[in-house]
Design a protein around this ligand. Sequence first.
Ligand code: ATR
Length: 265
Amino acid sequence: MKYAVIGNPIDHSLSPVMHNANFKALALEHDYEALNIDSNHFHLIKDIITERNLSGFNVTIPHKENIIPYLDEIDEQSKTVGAVNTVSIVDGKWIGYNTDGIGYVEGLKTVYPDLSAAYILILGAGGASKGITNELMKHVNNKITVANRTQSRFDSWKMDINKIDLKDAQKALSEFDIVINTTPLGMNNSNDLVINLDNLSPHTLVSDIVYIPFKTPILKVAEEKGNPIQNGLDMFVNQGAESFKIWTNQSPDYDTMKKAVLNHL
Ligand code: ATR
């Protein structure tokens, strides 16, 4: 069977390394490649994928929304988020899923196993935040708080959450057990923090969905304060593991997948 990730740019994607390592560990003769598809050629997506005889593919920036009109079905999570990162092709039918949210939550549970009583603050209200919030709501009893710079971003949110701005998040920070940064601040060598962590409680887990850099500025500051931290590596590996499960109905070799990614960072 053949699989791929489509995106643009895609050269630096670690998905091929991660999935091929898993296939090898499980002695599966599958293959996973990276396909660069620019937006001008996206209308050819059906031909490109069909020509390659793929059984499924992942979708990354900038096509997670573009892919939706080409799908025969999409799951509940993709509908809520408005974006798809996994497509399974079954008897010529294209079915869309979004494994980013479940990937994040599976990763979070490895460091914070019982989420039921946690008070959680999510920074950012974009697509990633929406997927994570929707998935977290299945595990958390307390209302989740989402903080965003631009309040109109919440207009498309149908979930029952507390919606606040970043200033209020900064003030109320001590109330939360888990703080999750879903904004891109801290990528691209910037030292900016989306909020300052002065009011952070000593026990609070600070988490970021980014893993390149391995420690974003918000994680560095939290670590310096002595707080537990988690970067986005487990989310990345778990979203891939969930895609593999959808495609094959098999359990992946998670440790091999994670090691393959770590070896290439
Ligand atoms: P993704 O799909 O990765 O979530 P996105 O949908 O573009 O990406 O969302 C990016 C999020 O980061 C948004 O919440 C955005 O805030 P706005 O809605 O106010 O734009 C947030 N973000 C990006 N740059 C930011 C900055 N400099 N300061 C604060 N928030 C920022």
